[in-house]
Design a protein around this ligand. Structure first.
Ligand code: PDD
Length: 274
């Protein structure tokens, strides 16, 4: 399998990452996951913009020839004949003697990327648990520090669920790897964009689709109690797109099936990626 390593397409086996890479030791880096449909990168510009913003927020210098990124990922897609799947890429602050402060002079940032085929069968509905949001206060940055997310997802899996919905001070923020929407009396609710959630690209697409469908959307935080009382709940992310949540903490949401508004958004999304 060929992968991207600092602007070179090389075989995965030929790459080595130094044990003092700051991504490896401190989680000092950022990443993106982009869907591939019909061999094309879905919402590339939005993902790139978020990646550049994440880099800026942690004072991480983009590597030289960063503008070749899309071209290189497209080459991976073509070489690997990926029609449907995803691209993953990440950038770390590079290799330096292990000291917490950023290295001076700067180290060479390390850029890696790969593409994968979609896993099948696709997931059509999930059960979720709620769990305390123990993450840091800058989760708007798509950083490599995902340990609380991994722990929450693991807790969900151990409870026989597939996703963990984070609760901070009684309010729903987002989930371990997705954004959360609720529907009550025909109105969509989701957490506003701030430092407490990742501004999901799928979330942005869904907000556009909801507008096209003339749904009322309220970008305001809602509590766990309000979540449990929603008529419909769904999550959004790269890969799942729009996915109904039919049960939370063992309680059915609505009738425990995909609701009509979720279903219409799933269809609208499906048309986009045909
Ligand atoms: N995660 N919130 C969190 C915490 C996420 O990790 C993700 C995506 C999202 C949704 O963002 P987007 O719609 O841009 O994919 C929200 C990716 C898929 C991941 O880490 O694998």
């Amino acid at each position: 399998m060929d992968i991207l390593f600092n602007n070179q397409i090389v075989s995965r086996d030929s790459v080595s990452i130094d044990i003092e890479d700051r991504g490896y030791q401190f989680g000092d880096g950022i990443y993106e996951v982009v869907s591939i449909y019909n061999g094309e990168l879905f919402e590339w510009e939005a993902h790139l913009e978020r990646f550049v913003r994440s880099a800026k927020e942690i004072a991480l210098t983009l590597p030289e020839q960063f503008d070749l990124l899309k071209e290189n990922i497209m080459r991976l897609i073509e070489d690997n004949h990926i029609e449907e799947g995803y691209a993953y890429f990440q950038l770390t602050r590079g290799t330096a003697l292990r000291m917490h402060a950023f290295p001076e002079p700067q180290a060479e940032p390390v850029l890696t990327g790969m593409v994968k085929n979609a896993t099948s069968p696709p997931i059509t509905a999930v059960k979720a648990i709620t769990t305390e949001d123990i993450r840091w206060l800058r989760v708007d940055i798509k950083s490599l520090n995902l340990l609380p997310n991994c722990m929450a997802k693991q807790k969900a899996v151990e409870a026989g669920a597939q996703e963990a919905i984070f609760i901070r001070d009684h309010y729903v923020t987002e989930a371990s790897s997705s954004n959360v929407f609720g529907v009550k009396n025909g109105v969509l609710y989701t957490h506003p964009i701030n430092n407490l959630i990742l501004n999901g690209i799928t979330r942005q697409v869904v907000l556009r689709l909801a507008g096209n469908l003339h749904y009322k959307v309220v970008e305001e935080a809602f509590t766990r109690d309000e979540l449990m009382d929603m008529d419909e709940v769904f999550i959004t992310n790269t890969g799942l797109n729009v996915c109904p949540v039919i049960e939370i903490d063992g309680m059915l949401i609505g009738e425990g099936v995909c609701g009509p508004i979720t279903s219409s958004l799933m269809s609208a999304f499906g048309e986009l990626i045909q």
